[in-house]
Design a binder for this molecule. Structure first.
Ligand code: FAQ
Length: 320
């Protein structure tokens, strides 16, 4: 073994010891290149998910049933945009630029959560997204508040607080509809039927098929596995559905006394793979909307840069 290899092993051992000791890794600390790449992948996917996630709900802003509902939905969607911004900033600390991340998204190279490729067909879907999608997001993100990478963990703390409000507003929409007219109750049930399985897919493949889990758990990027988090979400959500008097669309869902958890049916992994590959109901529409928004904002970015350059030139001229 050469001197360089020995030096590298020492650095890697010190890094892992720091992780084991629950000390946060900060941007200027030494880190293995694969750790950096794994974080860039996960955090940029997460940032893209927040921003693409604004689109399905944005579809209902102009048709919210009251001014109050519209104001709440607008605040929620703006929060998601903010989450994207914290996450893009946190990812930039790893040495990738925002432009590079946008290029990866717009060229279709980067992934974002499969859930946002499903359509929002009626108002009840807004309730289901808040209740289920934000509920699943919090379940996953609470674990990420203890992620070994400092900037990601810190961003998650604030994001989780805001996601809790999102989950409550969604559940409150569902409660209103489930206790409303027969038609409203049917809409709430129909939304639950359509969003349940895609929500379970948000947690990713089963642990046995999860390419990154083992390494990410060792590095304490992930604190709980995909299956553990999915189970946690199911256990928390079933009583909430019961309270609403709505039925979760899974014949195999049953409390298992021995395990102390709910058993549930198998996810349609073929559908998951297809959506992730780009063939979901809304993949093309979502990506096009992001590309159009980026192009539409080009003149604003150019004007801001031109203004900054002019200010700098004036300052330089005054100092000369
Ligand atoms: N969709 O080896 P694993 C939100 C990919 S935010 C698409 O298990 P990992 C807020 C995965 O990237 C929701 N792709 O991967 C909101 C990998 O592919 P790659 C987003 C998926 O990273 C609410 C491959 O499969 N949350 O909802 C999905 O260890 C309402 C193998 O998978 C986050 O991003 C999927 N569902 O675990 C906004 C949380 N699942 O990259 C608006 C942070 C897996 O090798 C409205 N992310 N893949 O090409 C994570 O915790 C992890 O990345 C997992 C996946 C758990 C998602």
């Amino acid at each position: 073994m050469g001197v360089v290899d020995r030096e590298f092993e020492k650095l890697e051992a010190a890094f892992q010891a720091k992780v084991e000791a629950e000390q946060r890794i900060e941007p200027k600390d030494w880190m293995p290149e694969k750790y950096r790449q794994t974080l860039i992948r996960q955090m940029s996917q997460h940032a893209h998910s927040e921003v693409v996630g604004m689109l399905p709900e944005g579809n209902w802003l102009t048709r919210a049933p009251s001014l109050k509902r519209k104001a709440i939905l607008m605040a929620k969607i703006q929060d998601e945009g903010g989450h994207g911004l914290y996450l893009y900033s946190a990812t930039e600390t790893l040495g990738i630029s925002r432009d590079q991340m946008f290029d990866q998204l717009h060229s279709g190279k980067a992934k974002y959560s499969s859930i946002f490729n499903y359509p929002t067909l009626n108002w009840a879907d807004i309730g289901a997204i808040g209740w289920l999608v934000d509920g699943a997001a919090i379940t996953n993100q609470i674990a990420l508040c203890r992620c070994s990478y400092g900037p990601y963990a810190r961003a998650m703390i604030r994001i989780c607080k805001e996601e809790s409000f999102h989950q409550r507003q969604g559940y409150e929409i569902m409660m209103t509809m489930a206790q409303g007219t027969e038609e409203q109750r049917d809409m709430a049930q129909d939304a639950l039927n359509r969003w349940w399985w895609p929500t379970l897919m948000m947690f990713g493949p089963n642990d046995s098929n999860s390419a990154h889990s083992a390494q990410s758990m060792q590095w304490k990027i992930k604190r709980q596995s995909n299956d553990e988090l999915r189970q946690k979400f199911v256990d928390a959500t079933v009583p909430q559905a019961e309270f609403l008097n709505l039925r979760i669309p899974d014949d195999q869902l049953k409390w298992n006394e021995d395990r102390g958890h709910y058993d549930f049916g198998e996810i349609d992994w073929e559908e998951f793979r297809n959506v992730v590959k780009g063939n979901g109901l809304c993949n093309r529409e979502r990506l096009q909307a992001r590309v159009d928004a980026h192009e539409g904002g080009r003149w604003v970015r150019e004007a801001a840069l031109a203004h900054a350059r002019k200010q700098e030139a004036r300052k330089a001229a005054a100092a000369a």
